[in-house]
Design a protein around this ligand. Structure first.
Ligand code: G3I
Length: 378
């Protein structure tokens, strides 16, 4: 493939759709060259992306429809944004993403019904401003989950019911969140029961990060195992996958997939990105380090990132019998939540101009193999 045709193919992958802002189905151009990520992995697992209402029109919407067959709302379905006051829901943003998914024939993951972050303050306080009782908080959680899950019953196939309740400190089991302080671990079990009662067909996930850290992984494993033994309706485990150029090592990733699958549960990677900075989570700046937004994506960043993406997707393909979906956290490098950590990051497969990076071609460069008999295709 000479230089000219490669430019032709590259630009067609990103922009092979006539895009429109209305809800109507985005039409595919005739050029078969415009195979997207989801097409390369159609017999392997779902290919998803976390988006905001800003991504639902123009070239962003074409990039989504061309490469992904599943979407997640980055923030719109979280408790605070969707339920800002006790008797008030803000549906507009979540509806826009759910409608887009439905109109474009995309699946949707629901994120997230119960989390310690972006939870509205009113949830935990009574009219006098005092902290509510366990009974009142569980009743409010039930009302929230029942209302939200019922609204998206025909659009959302799976929910991150509970997110990040395991503490990162080896000596602490549960994160001492306000949920835990008021309810103990019961809020976790109840959340799954409420979600299952609201939509018995939905696949219910426990979702967390640093799931390749042996100590944290063991705690998550013990919690999920206990839930299964207690008959709590948990159906899958979400490995967030906020990884970097030097984390995780292959063997720890494989151990995590095998460990959770050994509980009879499928696994998904629900928030994939590969930071170009090693060290602390996603390249967080150290004390006194100056905020830097001028950074450009260099070959020194690109090469180790390509190696990591190649390894990660080789593992996913090898474990396709256990992995049912991969979701990227954000669409292309122009905007990533990691930029909020003080320096510009480039963690995704599409560059700041929505063009596929070399890592993209590494990820789609494989010889498809016939699906194993026990493959769970969603
Ligand atoms: O919507 C408000 C806006 O009205 C206000 O003007 C602006 C200024 O403060 O804040 C906006 O809210 C921000 C929200 O993103 C929407 O952009 C919040 O401050 C900001 O904290 C929030 O960040 C989100 C973060 O979760 C919250 O913890 C990130 O976008 C989102 O990518 C991130 O996603 C989480 C997953 O849900 C769970 N796993 C980790 C992952 C990364 O932290």
């Amino acid at each position: 493939m000479n230089k000219f045709t490669s430019i032709l193919v590259i630009s067609s992958v990103a922009l092979s759709f006539t895009y429109c802002s209305s809800g109507s189905k985005i039409s595919k151009s005739s050029s078969n060259a415009a195979k997207g990520l989801k097409d390369y992995y159609k017999d392997y697992f779902l290919m998803g992306v976390a988006i905001t209402p800003r991504n639902l029109k123009g070239e962003d919407s074409a990039l989504i429809v061309n490469n992904f067959n599943s979407v997640t709302a980055e923030n719109a379905m979280k408790m605070g944004p969707i339920h800002p006051k006790e008797n008030e829901y803000f549906w507009k943003d979540a509806d826009a993403i759910a409608d887009f998914a439905k109109n474009q024939g995309l699946k949707m993951r629901g994120h997230t019904l119960c989390w310690h972050s972006q939870a509205p303050a009113w949830m935990f306080k009574d009219e006098k401003g005092d902290t509510v009782s366990k009974e009142v908080l569980l009743q409010r959680l039930k009302e929230h989950i029942t209302t939200v899950v019922n609204r998206y019953k025909d659009r959302v196939y799976g929910w991150d019911v509970v997110n990040e309740v395991i503490d990162d400190r080896d000596s602490v089991f549960y994160r001492p969140s306000i949920w835990y302080k008021i309810c103990g671990e019961d809020f976790i079990m109840k959340a799954f029961e409420y979600a299952h009662a609201a939509d018995p067909k939905a696949i219910l996930f426990y979702n967390d990060y640093n799931t390749e850290n042996p100590k944290k992984r063991e705690k998550i494993y013990q919690m999920v195992k206990k839930m299964k033994e207690k008959g709590i309706p948990i159906h899958a485990v979400g490995l967030q996958g906020h990884w970097s150029i030097n984390n995780p090592p292959r063997e720890e990733l494989e151990k995590s997939i095998n460990m959770f699958a050994s509980l009879g549960l499928p696994v998904q990677v629900t928030e994939l990105d590969v930071s170009v900075y090693g060290g602390r989570q996603g390249g967080q700046l150290s004390q006194g380090q100056r905020r830097d937004t001028t950074t450009v994506f260099t070959p020194e960043m690109e090469e180790p990132q390509r190696e990591k993406y190649k390894m990660i997707f080789d593992v996913f393909r090898q474990h396709r019998d256990k992995v049912t979906g991969i979701t990227f956290w954000n669409l292309y490098d122009r905007y990533t939540w990691l930029d909020g950590r003080g320096r510009k990051n480039f963690p995704l497969l599409f560059d700041i101009n929505r063009q596929p990076k070399k890592a993209y071609w590494d990820v789609v460069n494989f010889t498809p193999e016939k699906a194993p008999a026990n493959k769970q295709v969603l």
